[in-house]
Design a protein around this ligand. Structure first.
Ligand SMILES: Nc1ncnc2c1ncn2[C@@H]1O[C@H](COP(=O)(O)OP(=O)(O)OP(=O)(O)O)[C@@H](O)[C@H]1O
Ligand SMILES: [Mg+2]
Length: 225
């Protein structure tokens, strides 16, 4: 077994919106090892995206501790958190979340600009990534000029820009028809075989069955693994 890359101890997330407070996560304990392919499943509102946001350093737990690569990220300030996120984690979302006014090339390049990578290195890396996701011919197209499956390929390439150890995907095939969804899932399988740690939220049992490990959330708790 590879080393534990994600260690979550007694993590709770409570959203306090004035009158009501929602316990979106309750006492979650979870260890994920480097190189694992994990599916997170569970009904709507069970806390899947909340858990992913914490794992992805987009949000902090209300209680408990989170160690990423042995660094306690639950103790970091927002700037440091953003820095870690940009280097260690790639995100793919259901709605692709590409910047609409930028080409595929520019969208993929963006995380490298934030990381301070020089222009020559960026160009070389974007070309490689376009190749990996088979989108070289669409480099100069904007999102509105691409199909959903093509946009998601670009989003996967963007998630890989800074060569993160971890890829987090929230329903990456949710907006795609099943054939296109399969091709995106195949892309994730390739990335997994190349050594990436991948965590994927999905409602699709076929997608979840392809993962090594399944974690089921129910009412903010891990019901089964
Ligand atoms: N920013 C927020 N403020 C208040 N409550 C929130 C917030 N975000 C999520 N919640 C609540 O926390 C709970 C868990 O939400 P979460 O988005 O993690 O669910 P999910 O499992 O991802 O659901 P879905 O499958 O519909 O995406 C829900 O009850 C939701 O209403
Ligand atoms: Mg969600």
């Amino acid at each position: 077994m590879n080393n534990p890359i994600i260690k979550i101890n007694n993590v709770a997330k409570i959203y306090d919106t004035g009158k009501i407070s929602v316990a979106a996560l309750k006492e979650i304990n979870l260890t994920i090892h480097s190189g694992e392919l994990t599916a997170i499943i569970g009904p709507s509102g069970s806390g899947k995206s909340t858990l992913m946001h914490i794992i992805g350093c987009l949000d902090q737990p209300t209680h408990g501790s989170y160690f990423l690569d042995d660094l306690e990220v639950s103790a970091l300030n927002p700037n440091k958190l953003a820095e870690i996120r940009n280097l260690k984690i790639g995100f793919v979302f259901q709605s692709f979340n590409l910047l609409p006014y930028l080409s595929a090339f520019k969208n993929i390049e963006m995380p490298m600009i934030f990381a301070g990578i020089d222009k020559h290195t960026r160009k070389k890396r974007v070309d490689e990534l376009l190749e990996i996701v088979d989108m070289t011919k669409r480099a100069l197209h904007k999102p509105t000029e691409m199909s959903g499956g093509e946009q998601q390929r670009v989003a996967v390439a963007r998630s890989l820009a800074n060569n993160p150890e971890i890829i987090l995907a929230d329903e990456p095939t949710g907006n795609l028809d099943s054939k296109i969804g399969d091709s995106i899932m195949n892309l994730f399988m390739e990335l997994w075989k190349s050594g990436k740690t991948i965590i994927m939220i999905t409602h699709d049992p076929k997608v979840a069955d392809k993962c090594e490990r399944k974690i089921e959330l129910l009412d903010g708790e891990i019901k089964a693994q």
